[in-house]
Design a protein around this ligand. Structure first.
Ligand code: IPM
Ligand code: MG
Length: 356
């Protein structure tokens, strides 16, 4: 089997954590006989620097002709504090999502026993947390009509959703609920927004006509934000629109104790992309101190979801868990005895070799 992987390391710590994910994939390739063909492509601030475009045509082509995309991170502080910047690294990410039709962002939130004391929440609240957020990724206020008055003193961003856009991600979320505890929570703001009312209508129809075995809960986003802190273990599958999903997945990611642990998948009809949630962490770039685990776990998600290699994905996950239990961690997890990015990647690679 040959799999073509587009490798978009991106900015900040992206290239360093990507290197470790490739290291791990190379072990999997060696063990299974599968060939992974990696093609590097530019994205984000590094693509602006060299091509003046955060998602250049050459990258589009490489993505389109691959079986899956591994993505590191994008973002650079030089753009964050300049609201007048004409081109931004984030534009590349949004264009990529739209261009490749990556409509469903899947973000699992899990606790690791050895990290529970690193959580900002009390042990009894965070124990047993295991849920997944399905965030719509190519609609809503991110992509609706935008505009400004001539003098720039009035601006607007529009939130738009079609029934089809809601249905296709809801379908994935319902199916995931089937595989898990048969419970789905739609997070919206149906007491205020008409788009949210359409979400409710569509999800209610689907629950009635197609997925009657699934128990569906409806929660306003402000209330959901509270419950993620006060009672996160009550959630199983959360389904939500683009902007709410952006906010609650950041919230959900920190309650587990380390942002450096969480992978994600962005699913499209033809191709899917796999990336860590943590972002470019520019302060750590080039220092070999960033946590590579979320990137490695994103590669595991790719094996499972894009290449149907669940056994191999499980071995990677178990190796990461073993690394944590053996205190083989970077400084975000243990400031006392920490290892470098590449040392953690080396250990995990060797562990995979043993577990295989
Ligand atoms: C994310 C990020 C992006 C988003 C930014 C970088 C545009 O926060 O993937 O969650 O808002 O979707
Ligand atoms: Mg975000």
């Amino acid at each position: 089997m040959i799999k073509n992987i587009a490798v978009l390391a991106g900015d900040g710590i992206g290239p360093e954590v990507m290197k470790e994910a490739i290291k791990v994939l190379d072990v999997i390739a060696f063990k299974t006989g599968v060939t992974f063909n990696y093609t590097n492509a530019l994205v984000g601030a590094s693509a602006i620097d060299s091509e003046n475009n955060p998602f250049p045509d050459s990258t589009k082509l490489i993505c389109k002709s691959s079986d899956a995309i591994l993505f590191g991170a994008i973002g650079d502080p030089k753009y964050d504090n300049n609201p007048k910047a004409k081109i931004r690294p984030e534009d590349g990410l949004l264009e990529m999502r739209k261009f490749l039709g990556l409509y469903a962002n899947v973000r699992p939130v899990q606790t690791y026993n050895s990290l529970i004391d690193a959580s900002p929440l009390k042990r009894e609240i965070i124990e047993n947390v295991d849920f997944v957020v399905y965030r719509e990724l190519t609609g809503g206020i991110y992509f609706g009509e935008k505009g400004a008055s001539d003098d720039g003193s009035v601006v607007f961003d529009t939130c738009t959703y079609t029934r089809e856009e809601i249905e296709r991600i809801s379908e994935l979320a319902f199916k995931e609920a089937y595989k898990r505890n048969k419970e789905l929570t739609l997070v919206d703001k149906a007491n205020v927004l008409s788009t949210s009312r359409l979400w409710r209508e569509v999800v209610q129809d689907m629950a009635k006509n197609k997925f009657s075995d699934i128990k569906v809960n409806y929660l306003f986003v402000d209330n959901a934000a509270m419950k993620i802190i006060t009672n996160p273990s009550e959630f199983d599958v959360i389904l939500t629109e683009n902007m709410f999903g952006d906010i609650i997945t950041d919230e959900a990611s920190v309650i587990t104790g380390s942002l450096g642990m969480l992978p994600s998948a962005s699913i499209g009809n033809k191709i899917s992309l796999f990336e860590p949630i943590h972002g470019s962490y520019p302060q750590a770039a080039g220092k070999n101190i960033a946590n590579p685990m979320a990137m490695i776990l994103s590669a595991a998600m790719m094996l499972n979801l894009a290449f149907d290699m669940k056994k191999e994905a499980d071995i990677i996950q178990n190796s990461v868990r073993d690394a944590l239990d053996s205190n083989i961690v970077t400084e975000d997890i243990s400031s006392k005895k920490s290892l470098s990015t590449s040392e953690v990647g080396d250990w995990i690679s060797k562990r995979i070799d043993v577990l295989f």
